[in-house]
Write a new protein. Structure first.
Length: 317
């Protein structure tokens, strides 16, 4: 080992290791975090039945002025996309369930924050302000422009996740309604945990046999709750997250290779897909399989933001 590499390795804390990997045609460092964070599993009543030490891999982009972007490594694999017919609160647009093969990629550890967005775009459209709060009131077109500028700045390819990549990353190997398990509680996610009577339809504040909870009525800082097994935070609730895909009413004819379902000849103003639920929606809308349409590319809304994907061209050793 060279003296240069030895000095780098010696400078690491005990909670980190360092790997040198081929990425997008070049060499870069990726930190392997032996984190004190725990991946939590709930039983059907919302009680914690398992805590597992998180072992996730990240690399960090420097966006300037002390702002960084952490990207989590997502391994490739297969999963069943959509929800089974007996899943509580499911909608027909989550059908039919189908097997999808996803290639490895990186996804931002958190939804893009206001500090990160401002570092790249030079503005902040959000209403609930805070550097560590997710950016929101972002249009699909603006999210695409953020990815373009980030790609230009870093020399690596950034884009919005496909809908399949998003659900695969959210599930992190689970098949339950939430990556936490059969239910969800407001102690570990930011959603409307109280009953909501919306135009005569009552949406419960609890899911399945889980308890009702609180309604914070605001977007909160990213990373406030435990991650999933891939090291991603806030995949359920807080803000809706934009995907690259054009919204379709069901999965008939959907790609099975993890790619986005798009039509290059369509208008930029077609409806797009949002995932994950938000602080103001009940738990059934925060399920891993839940999907909704969002207005054309030039529209924005308070609870809508995004996270990004980075694709590598060479496999890890």
């Amino acid at each position: 080992m060279s003296q240069y590499k030895s000095n780098i390795l010696n400078s690491l804390s005990r909670r980190k290791a360092l790997e040198i990997l081929s990425f997008a045609g070049g060499i870069f460092f990726i930190s392997v975090y032996k984190s004190y964070s725990k991946v939590i599993t709930l039983d059907s009543s919302g009680n914690i039945i398992k805590r597992q030490l998180l072992n996730a891999k990240y690399f960090t982009e420097n966006l300037g002025n002390g702002v960084t972007l952490e990207m989590a490594q997502i391994p490739g694999g297969e999963f069943l996309m959509g929800s089974p017919p007996n899943e509580e609160g499911r909608y027909e647009n989550e059908s039919p369930q189908h097997k999808v093969t996803v290639k490895p990629f990186f996804m931002s550890k958190f939804a893009i924050t206001q500090a990160q967005y401002e570092a790249i775009m030079g503005k902040n459209p959000s209403s609930f302000r805070g550097d560590k709060h997710p950016v929101h009131y972002v249009t699909w077109n603006e999210a695409i422009e953020f990815c373009r500028k980030l790609t230009e700045k870093t020399g690596r390819t950034y884009r919005l996740p496909s809908e399949a990549e998003w659900e695969y990353a959210c599930r992190a190997g689970t098949t339950t309604p939430f990556h936490f398990g059969e239910t969800i509680v407001t102690e570990i996610a930011n959603y409307r945990g109280t009953d909501w009577n919306n135009q005569g339809t009552l949406y419960p504040g609890n899911y399945g046999n889980g308890p009702k909870g609180k309604f914070r009525e605001k977007i909160i800082e990213v990373g406030s709750f435990p991650p999933n097994a891939f090291g991603l935070y806030d995949m359920h609730g807080n803000i809706w997250e934009l995907c690259e895909d054009i919204y379709q009413n069901n999965y008939n004819g959907a790609p099975i290779d993890g790619s986005a379902w798009i039509d290059n000849n369509s208008s930029l103003e077609v409806d797009r897909v949002i995932r994950g639920g938000s602080f103001s929606y009940n738990p059934e809308f925060c399920r891993s399989a839940f999907r909704s349409d969002f207005y054309g590319g030039g529209s924005s809304a308070m609870g809508v933001g995004f996270r990004v994907v980075c694709v590598f061209r060479k496999n890890f050793r």
